[in-house]
Design a protein around this ligand. Structure first.
Ligand code: PLP
Length: 406
């Protein structure tokens, strides 16, 4: 076993169970381990590295800003935050943005904002506001958020849980309609459930959900922390349906794969409920994060990464769907967010991603049944072909594999 694995096991808390590889270098879509073995990254740190490792423009934005001014706190204005806020609003189609650092903080911001909107705008009696969430959701790991998770392991041992959340099945607009009560302030939803195993809802789901929310005076908050910024082939996943919700949460890729940057972006009447002192975070909106976040959005648009993800994603999905293997139960996804569900009678998803690792592909299992493929959006066809070849090699360890003609 590598010294580094032993050292981490000795001194680190055991809240992760990493695959047995020690990464030491990255460039573009490739990662190298401490033995200089090369791997194709098909995880992108769950979309955080959507622009690839060491993107020159992002590294330049980071290093130049770090030398100039990094963190001052929001006790003062900076010359970097306003252009970032403006760009965030242009990209999301929203009117105001509130920067944070991690995705979970962006979600917490949304929960607080929705509740305060519920009391001060909708007129919900004090302390009674409720938020509808979906079964199978993943919105982060704070104590409030895990309280409304349907995943036993995320919850158990971490109660008591915060009140005020009602769970409904994902993709079911009738259930949404039925769950709304006079005290409902918001509906919080992922456009595609990532951690749940790349679950794509029925066509038109978000459109109908927004119609219901508007009709019943309920805010619709879309968590695009994983799906946003090009991942599914559009700048925002809800753009596939042309939906403009009341608020959007961004994170992960917003930090350019370099530092944590997130944001809660919304319509004016939603974010205007916040008064000075209501909410904040020491690092949220710092000059360094703002400079990197702004450059990430510029890179996304100027390099047409959403369009590239749409094309490469369609190609990768087609190639994966054309593989015939007794291990494959289903292949699904949108853009470069793809899940390969495996037959767990033959192997667990964890065993399968360990086999992939051996063949030079980095991926991650989710829910014991799905291996997810979400390479950086800059991945090209040749790299996808290389990856698919390796995926076939890994599948071959469990049974015969052949590719059907496309
Ligand atoms: N929301 C969604 C949809 C996510 O996928 C995640 C993380 O995977 C989060 C929120 C939490 O983000 P973070 O881990 O940065 O707190």
């Amino acid at each position: 076993m590598s010294d580094m694995i032993a050292l981490e096991r000795e001194y680190g808390a055991r809240n992760y169970d990493p695959l047995p590889v020690v990464l030491s270098r990255g460039e573009g879509v490739w990662l190298w381990d401490d033995q200089d073995r090369r791997y194709l990254d098909m995880l992108s740190a769950y979309s955080a590295v959507s622009f690839g490792y060491g993107h020159p423009r992002l590294v330049a934005a980071l290093t130049q800003q770090a030398q100039r001014l990094a963190v001052t706190s929001r006790a003062f204005f900076s010359d970097r935050l306003p252009p970032f806020l403006k760009k965030l609003c242009e990209v999301t189609g929203m009117e105001r943005a509130l920067p944070m650092t991690t995705g979970a903080e962006g979600v917490e911001t949304g929960i607080k904002c929705a509740r305060k909107w519920g009391y001060s705008v909708k007129g919900i009696p004090s302390g009674k506001a409720r938020i509808i969430v979906c079964a199978g959701n993943f919105h982060g790991r704070t104590s409030t958020i895990v309280g409304f998770s349907s995943e036993a392991q995320y919850r158990e041992g971490f109660g008591p849980y915060a009140d005020g959340f009602d769970a409904i099945p994902f993709g079911d607009t009738r259930a949404l309609e039925a769950a709304i009560r006079p005290e409902t302030a918001a509906f919080l939803v992922e456009p595609i459930q990532g951690e749940a195993g790349i679950i794509v809802p029925p066509e038109g789901y978000l459109t109908e959900a927004l119609r219901i929310c508007r009709a019943r005076n309920v805010l619709m908050i879309v968590d695009e922390v994983q799906t946003g910024l090009g991942r599914t082939g559009k700048v925002l996943a809800c753009h596939h349906e042309g939906v403009e919700p009341d608020a959007i949460i961004l994170g992960k890729a917003l930090g350019g794969g370099l530092i944590p940057v997130s944001a809660f972006c919304g319509r004016g009447h939603v974010l205007d409920v916040f008064r000075p002192g209501d909410h904040g975070s020491t690092f949220g909106g710092n000059a360094l994060g703002a400079a990197v976040g702004l450059e990430s959005l510029n890179v996304l648009l100027e390099e047409k990464l959403s369009e590239r993800a749409a094309q490469s994603g369609a190609y990768l999905l087609k190639r994966l769907k054309s593989i015939s293997s007794p291990m494959i139960v289903d292949v699904r996804g949108k853009g470069l967010l793809i899940g390969l569900e495996i037959d767990t009678r033959r192997a667990s998803a964890r065993q399968f991603v360990e086999t992939l690792l051996k063949h030079g592909v980095l991926s991650k299992d989710t829910h014991g049944t799905v291996a997810r493929f979400a390479p950086p959006l800059i991945v090209d066809r040749e790299q996808i072909d290389w990856g698919v070849q390796r995926i076939c090699d890994a599948l071959r360890e469990y049974g015969p594999v052949y590719e059907k003609a496309a």
